[in-house]
Design a protein. Structure first.
Length: 201
């Protein structure tokens, strides 16, 4: 594995741990990545030098905004690739490991191409637009297919890939949907809801 891939792998796992409220100690990171603690210590020093994280004696490793953005991006790639592999009927047992390998080699054009494919052929993969869901329907976000500004805005309010969603009020009742996203109620209009592809559960 090239160093750039190792850096992305570390930032992704640190971002995952942050999302889960886990303390990012050297020992915990080593367990997650199945490497020796000494390797983690060496990489933490490199990441700190690059401005991706800071080390706090009491709180452990903490991502900087720059490190967090990269970790978030790689995790988003991983989750989109997993959905793509499900879409083409890859064996479920292989999906996670394949996504871990692929997330480091695709660029933004490939990411956007996969997003576009899932959006266009969503019915083949039993996917729905958020705007098509009825009150009480639930699922999780597969991708957000829009221009960069709208993607960023929607992800910032909670519609990240794999975020759980439940419709509390559908568009049929009124022009604005009320959607619970990871437990938080969000109002969203039809135009924006059409950008969000969901796997219904």
């Amino acid at each position: 594995m090239e160093e750039s891939e190792r850096i992305e792998e570390y930032l992704e796992i640190l971002y995952r741990m942050e999302l889960n409220g886990e303390k990012a100690t050297t020992v915990n990171i080593a367990k997650k990545l199945h490497v020796a603690p000494s390797s983690v210590t060496e990489m933490i020093q490199k990441l700190a030098e690059k401005g991706y994280l800071v080390y706090n004696l009491y709180r452990g490793v903490e991502l900087t905004e720059q490190g967090r953005e990269i970790g978030k991006k790689i995790l988003g790639r991983h989750r989109l690739i997993e959905e793509f592999l499900k879409f083409i009927n890859v064996d479920e047992r292989r999906i996670h490991d394949l996504a871990c390998k692929m997330e480091h080699v695709i660029d933004d054009d490939v990411f956007n191409g996969i997003s576009n494919l899932l959006y266009k052929f969503r019915e083949n993969g039993n996917l729905k637009l958020l705007s098509e869901l009825s009150e009480g329907d639930s699922g999780y976000v597969v991708t957000v297919h829009a221009d960069d500004r709208n993607v960023k805005n929607l992800m910032n309010i909670g519609f990240a890939i794999k975020a759980s969603v439940k419709v509390k009020r559908s568009l049929i009742k009124r022009g604005t949907m009320i959607v619970s996203v990871n437990g938080n109620d969000i109002a969203i209009d039809e135009e924006m809801a059409k950008f969000i592809v969901v796997r219904k559960e």
